[in-house]
Ligand binder design. Structure first.
Ligand code: PDD
Length: 284
């Protein structure tokens, strides 16, 4: 039995209800977070909350829970009720339920839904690396907001899958922004690790942020500067990051090899260091 949280109560997933007038349902007028937990411990909790609050403030959606400690307690209770040690939490907040009208309703309570999920860990993806395809970035100009409006991302991920690729890396004005569900990194021949800078063209990934901290701590060279297809073509390693996959080596794009077509040394080191970083959070 799977338990979720809906607007203040813990319920069986099959009994949980949200109004058909929910503005998330009608307009995609809402935001979300995906967090991971390991050994029941919430990973990167503060970073997720900072981004969640930023998304809410940008869209002028009220915070359903002001106190971060209370939110943490709810998340931990949900993990316990679902009897899970490792997995993910999906948290969605919409502007609320109201008669359909594009204008913001005058007084409305936000709707908050949280549920847990697990993903089957595929060792092959990490060991072998993945092939990604390049595509146009057709998304709106506020990709920094973690909006539930994910249609371009959904379409690109599906197109990648149907064509035998793991992910799509999107191109805007000749520069690669990010993947449809992840942030994109390359490692240049001079060992500089390069990724798109934080701005309105990408989602500032929590994993991206943690990986950058690890890169800096280990005194590796970092360039937060957008890269082109030609940079990707000449780089020696590439990888992608997200909460659900952590760090995944990218070994090919559009079927052509990156470096020797195998997960590279620096990527492997970062995967190891990221696992250590997660363990260090769990052990306090
Ligand atoms: N997506 N960029 C996009 C467009 C994303 O959808 C995601 C994550 C990321 C990586 O962000 P983070 O490291 O904070 O997970 C970057 C989540 C996992 C999802 O939609 O399921």
């Amino acid at each position: 039995m799977s338990i979720c949280y809906v607007n203040g109560s813990f319920e069986n997933k099959s009994d949980a209800m949200i109004s058909i007038q929910d503005r998330g349902f009608n307009f995609s007028d809402g935001v979300y977070e995906v967090m991971s937990f390991s050994d029941k411990f919430l990973i990167n909790f503060n970073k997720h909350i900072i981004r969640l609050n930023r998304s809410l403030e940008n869209l002028k959606i009220k915070k359903p829970i002001i106190n971060t400690k209370s939110l943490r307690i709810i998340l931990q209770k949900l993990i316990k009720l679902n009897n899970l040690n490792d997995g993910y939490l999906y948290l969605q907040i919409t502007r609320g339920s109201s008669t359909r009208n594009h204008l913001f309703p005058k007084s409305v309570m936000p709707n908050m839904v949280i549920f847990t999920f697990t993903v089957k860990y595929d060792e092959n993806l990490i060991n072998k690396g993945v092939n990604i395809r390049l595509t146009d970035d057709i998304r709106w100009g506020r990709c920094d907001i973690k909006s539930i409006s994910l249609l371009p991302n959904v379409l690109e991920k599906q197109r990648a899958f149907q064509n035998g690729f793991y992910e799509s890396w999107q191109i805007k004005n000749k520069f690669i922004t990010e993947g449809s569900t992840s942030n994109a990194f390359i490692i240049n021949k001079d060992n500089t690790i390069q990724t798109h800078p934080i701005n309105n063209l990408i989602l500032g990934g929590v994993t991206r942020d943690s990986v950058i901290e690890i890169i800096k701590k280990n005194e590796l060279s970092l360039k937060e500067k957008a890269f082109t297809v030609s940079d990707l073509n000449s780089c020696k390693e590439a990888f992608l990051t997200s909460t659900t996959v952590k760090i995944l080596p990218v070994i090919k794009f559009d079927n052509s090899k990156i470096g020797d077509g195998k997960p590279g040394k620096t990527t492997k080191t970062l995967i190891q260091k990221y696992d250590d970083f997660i363990k260090s959070q769990i052990n306090g």
